[in-house]
Each structure stands twice: as structure tokens, then as C-alpha cells.
Ligand binder design. Sequence first.
Ligand SMILES: [Zn+2]
Length: 244
Amino acid sequence: MKYKIRILKNGECRVRNYITYTDGNDDTSLFYLYVYVIEGGEKPMLVDTGPRDVEVFNKGTGKYIPGGVIQKPEERTPELLKQAGVEVNDVSHVFITHLHGDHYDYFDLFPNAQFVVNKRGFTESLMGIKPNVMRVLARRWPQSLKLVEDEEVMPGIRTFWLGCHSVCSQAVAVDTTQGTVVFTGDVVYKYKNMENNIPIGWAEPEPCLEAMKKIRKVADIVIPSHDPEILERFPEGIIGDVSG
Ligand SMILES: [Zn+2]
């Protein structure tokens, strides 16, 4: 099974210290937010949901994202999907790269979807009783929360644990006619991290270098979480064709 990926820009912001963390360094770098649609299966699937409410997200993130996330009305997840011809009720799976607001927070937009979260990360997060994870647990357990390990979740779609940025960080590997696409989540913010082997700033470097090694083993095409250059490399916003 080979899928087609549709890349949808979900907003943008400027982020501090994305490569190396230096206190007092106020340089910022342009980040894009994305939602991805996996097409070609029985039903549409997504990688990440985007933030539900940018104003709420911005209240908690001023330290890292000084000007906040800017989202045009047409860049909000429901509008993006509508333009892409995706009916939210039809979405069967939402693969979550990690449980941070800009990646999972709109989960309740998809009433019929399985919400695919890393098992190890989810369990370890629960021990620390993170409020956001508790919220997920309360609202999604058990019928539509699917906890996964390193496994094939759907034909041609695999997840594997990464850690690094967050204990629940997992990669999502999707087979396409252009090769295996790996969505890294925030383990890799930009191509520069991956291609120059530079760990992201907001994490311990060693686990991130290990996680990037794992990604390299699997990926023909790496899709970092927030690089504006993704849309330069794929100007049509599409990777692969549908083929059975
Ligand atoms: Zn992110």
C-alpha cells in the first residue's frame, strides 16, 4: 500500500533558540505549523491536528515564541481540511507525533478517529500526571485512543519511539511512491538539524542524536516539524501518488 501525503500549512511563528539553547539569546527563527493528510487508504488519516485555539496556545508559550503563533482564518485546521476536501467525520486515524499543543490539541475535531499515541510516552507521562495528558485520557479513553509501540499500525504506516524532545515523541513512517516518508515531530525542527546533525535546542543533545540515527535508517524523505522549506521542496504540497 502506498499513500499520497498532502501538506497543509497551519500557521507560523518565530521561535527562540531552536538549535542551541543559550540563555539571553533573543535571536528567533521562522517556524511553520503543519497538518498532514494521508490519502489513498479507505478513509483519510492525519498526522497531527494543529492547535485548537491559538490565543490559548500563545498564552503558555511566550517564553519560546515571543510574537505568538499567527494563523490566518483559512489556516485553521477545520478550514484547511475543508479546502482539501477532507470531511472531519470521515477521518479514521490521527497519528500524533507528541502530546504538545501545536501537534495534538484539536483531537476532538475528529469524532470517529482513532487517536494514535505512543504507549511508552503516554504511560510515563501519566506517572507525572501532566494535565494535558489527563485531559486526553478523560475525553478519549478507551474507545478512540490507540496506544502504540514500534509497530505497523495500518498497512504501510509504522510508528517508532524517538524520545528526545518529549517522552511521547514518536516517528510516523508512511510508504509513498516516492519512498518512505518519516514525520519526525519536534525531534527535528528543521532540515538543518537533520542534514547537519545538529540536535534541537530544547532538549538534551545525546537522545536527539540517537533519535536522528533511527530516523535515517528508515526514511527516504524526512519531514521535519516546522521548516518553511518543506513547501519549497514540495511546492505542490504533495508527496507521492496513490497506488494499491
Ligand atoms: Zn511543535
